[in-house]
Design a protein around this ligand. Structure first.
Ligand SMILES: NC(=O)C1=CN([C@@H]2O[C@H](COP(=O)(O)OP(=O)(O)OC[C@H]3O[C@@H](n4cnc5c(N)ncnc54)[C@H](O)[C@@H]3O)[C@@H](O)[C@H]2O)C=CC1
Ligand SMILES: O=C(O)[C@@H]1CCC=N1
Length: 269
């Protein structure tokens, strides 16, 4: 893809996407530009690590870009857009990965009828395994959606969704990896507490998560069926799951997703 892409915001998700794009060799590092509010050390770090153009001159970064990726925190959006809106043009387009914030709000803050595509990736983009959802705003055309989709296909799988679903998706697949890591942390603690070598525990747990993920993807079976195949009557799994049931862990996970979705809605206000 011969496009110049500027990232405004150089945090963990921007790095995950940059790293994924570079590994996929679809956009050369020389076409990627990264800027942030003030942390020049962070920009130098990204430039050294990925050979991208990491610049603190926002005018240079924005005015030369074909695509501007907004990757700051939602509460920094207003200030950030007011600093760059003077350099934005209607023949560019914006990709926003901000949780909660609507395309309408971004157009309003940009002050011009610039196309906006809203995207929700996750940090697994770092290794090409993001689950990414995309939807287009009022001024975005199919070609913008397609280009954004092509870009994010280099860092994982993509789905096109109506924008109204983005809050739920943010709670499910945007935040989702963190829920899995949270469970992994607990499994590691339990294994180590029981006397297992921590490296062995890590290796076994990591492969268990990879195996379970691939079973979900490749076996064609529903998760409850896969679970039942592991759960022998009066066996170890049954004993473990009984504790999860006693503490209503599924209901708690559902509350977790609901709360994340509500936060996404709040962030958009
Ligand atoms: N971390 C994740 O897993 C995901 C994050 N997101 C969204 O991506 C965005 C960034 O998240 P993280 O990378 O986790 O945050 P972060 O805190 O790691 O990075 C935010 C970046 O924005 C920069 N920034 C702040 N104000 C700025 C301004 N006025 N101008 C230019 N740059 C500015 C900061 O310097 C920093 O580099 C958030 O809106 C979040 O909702 C979306 C999907 C997944
Ligand atoms: O925690 C957050 O707000 C962001 C959005 C999805 C993942 N991280």
């Amino acid at each position: 893809m011969n496009k110049k892409i500027a990232f405004v915001g150089a945090g963990s998700i921007a790095e995950a996407i940059v790293s994924g794009i570079i590994n996929a060799k679809v956009v050369p590092a020389s076409n990627l530009f990264v800027t942030n509010r003030e942390n020049t050390q962070r920009l130098e770090e990204l430039s050294a690590r990925y050979q991208v153009n990491a610049l603190s001159d926002r005018e240079e970064v924005i005015s030369n870009a074909d695509i501007v990726v907004l990757a700051m925190k939602p509460y920094d959006l207003e200030q950030s857009l007011s600093a760059i809106k003077g350099y934005l043009k209607e023949d560019q387009f914006i990709i926003s990965i901000l949780a909660g914030v609507s395309t309408e709000r971004i157009t309003e803050l940009a002050g011009i009828n610039i196309p906006v595509v809203r995207v929700m990736p996750n940090t697994s983009a770092f290794i090409g395994f993001s689950a990414t959802a995309l939807s287009k705003g009022k001024f975005a055309k199919e070609e913008h959606l397609l280009q954004a989709e092509q870009l994010f296909q280099t860092v994982g799988t993509t789905v096109l969704v109506p924008e109204k679903d983005m809050h739920t998706i943010t709670a499910i697949s945007g935040s989702g990896p963190a829920y899995i890591y949270y469970i992994v942390e607990a499994m590691e603690k339990a294994a180590i507490e029981a006397g297992l070598d921590s490296n062995i525990a890590k290796e076994l747990i990591t492969q268990t998560v990879i195996g379970a993920g691939n079973m979900l993807k490749l076996s064609g079976e529903e998760p409850d069926i896969l679970r039942k195949k592991i759960t022998s009557p009066k066996g170890t799994t049954e004993a473990g799951i009984e504790i999860l049931e006693k503490h209503h862990v599924q209901r708690i996970m559902m509350e977790c997703v609901k709360s994340a979705k509500e936060r996404s809605e709040e962030l958009g206000k």
